[in-house]
Write a protein that binds this ligand. Structure first.
Ligand code: SPD
Length: 367
């Protein structure tokens, strides 16, 4: 074979290889995200721009996502775990593919402080980029609470945990999130203990008090409260700030017109960053990179913030965010409330096991 033949052969081989690569990924993307976490037209816009069809499933708890990921065969190309403790543990367990930053040009616009914060879960920011951020707070029905308990302790965890308050509000419905990583720290903050304590005594005290209050909670669920608050089915809920903002908006728009107010408890509350990450077994990592980069576009992410009530970390999105969203202290807490927010550290395996057992005891306690 002559040199020129060899050269043509090499060119043909490389053309075929790149064609095979381009063909390797079918135009499909399997996304697993929290419910109520994109704007109405986000997926449609992406498909229109790229031709990639999005199969979109939702969950409402980190625990559910974690169980799927840990089987090693989630079937998803992109997921949105919370930075701590879940994403941090999953990174350690090798659950994700390294991101290819060359394919993510919009990542340069991310807030450096948020990126620095994420290095606690993902040293070097190799496996995940920030999607949305929020504190955990309390939403309540202004009229119903006022009529049952005019001097209710608005602004405090007492609204959810003080027996005298619950005694009054039980009849209009009180709900909790279905996760120990939110409820136990909230109870510890109410008890004036360290909310991120790993001390078994603190855990016992928190769970004993929760069990004694079990009869007051209408249900424990992590997404049902949005519509139920909006419809007047419940009157107080522990929820993620953005979800509570959505409940407030739906309450205004709904036929029954419920006025919902929200606060982040003054004793301190949990805050978290949800992250975009590609599971190791993803079949469409190229498409996942394209979707992440699309979500990091200032106009795209601003629409999501405007519709969902969650803050994002793309600095240039600010000019597209509605003024009433930007100035909402529940979505963008002012410095003095920010100082009281805390994030959950990665706990020891022993503590996690005890917390999981304690949670089951509470969930199944007699009402
Ligand atoms: N509907 C979107 C819910 C997002 C919840 N993020 C979880 C934060 C955990 N602290």
């Amino acid at each position: 074979m002559s040199v020129s033949h060899l050269r043509s052969f090499a060119i043909l081989a490389s053309l075929l290889a790149s064609f095979a690569n381009a063909k390797a990924e079918e135009p499909v993307l399997n996304v697993y995200n929290w419910s109520d976490y994109v704007a109405k037209d986000t997926l449609e816009r992406f498909t229109k721009e790229t031709g990639i069809k999005v199969k979109y499933d939702v969950y409402d708890s980190n625990e559910v996502l974690d169980t799927k990921l840990m089987t090693g065969k989630s079937g998803y190309d992109l997921v949105f775990p919370s930075a701590t403790p879940f994403f941090a543990q999953q990174v350690k367990a090798g659950a994700y593919l390294k991101l290819d930053k060359k394919k993510l040009p919009n990542a340069v616009g991310l807030d450096k402080m948020v990126m620095a914060n994420l290095t606690r879960s993902d040293p070097g920011n190799e496996y995940g980029l920030p999607y949305m951020m929020a504190a955990t707070g309390i939403g309540y029905n202004v009229e119903k609470v006022k009529s049952l308990l005019p001097d209710s302790p608005i602004g405090s965890w007492k609204m959810l945990f003080q027996p005298a308050v619950l005694e009054k509000l039980k009849s209009c419905g009180v709900s909790l999130l279905d996760t120990p990583t939110e409820v136990i720290p909230a109870m510890l903050a109410y008890q004036k203990r360290n909310p991120v304590s790993e001390n078994p005594e603190d855990l016992d005290a928190a769970v004993a008090e929760l069990i004694s209050l079990r009869k007051y909670y209408k249900y424990i669920h992590s997404s049902k409260y949005i519509n139920d608050l909006a419809n007047g089915e419940i009157c107080v809920a522990l929820g993620y700030a953005g979800d509570l903002v959505q409940a407030r908006a739906r309450g205004k728009e709904g036929k029954k017109k419920q006025e919902i107010a929200i606060f982040i408890p003054k004793e301190g509350a949990e805050v978290n960053i949800d992250v975009m990450a590609i599971p190791k077994d993803a079949k469409h990592p190229e498409n996942a990179h394209r979707f992440i980069d699309f979500l990091l576009r200032p106009d795209v992410i601003a629409d999501i913030t405007n519709e969902t009530g969650y803050a994002n970390a793309v600095l240039a999105s600010s000019k597209f965010i509605a003024p009433e969203i930007k100035s909402d202290p529940v979505i963008y807490p002012p410095a003095e409330s920010q100082a009281k927010l805390f994030t959950m550290p990665v706990a020891s395996k022993d503590y996690e096991r005890s917390r999981a057992r304690a949670w089951t005891k509470f969930r199944t306690a007699k009402k």
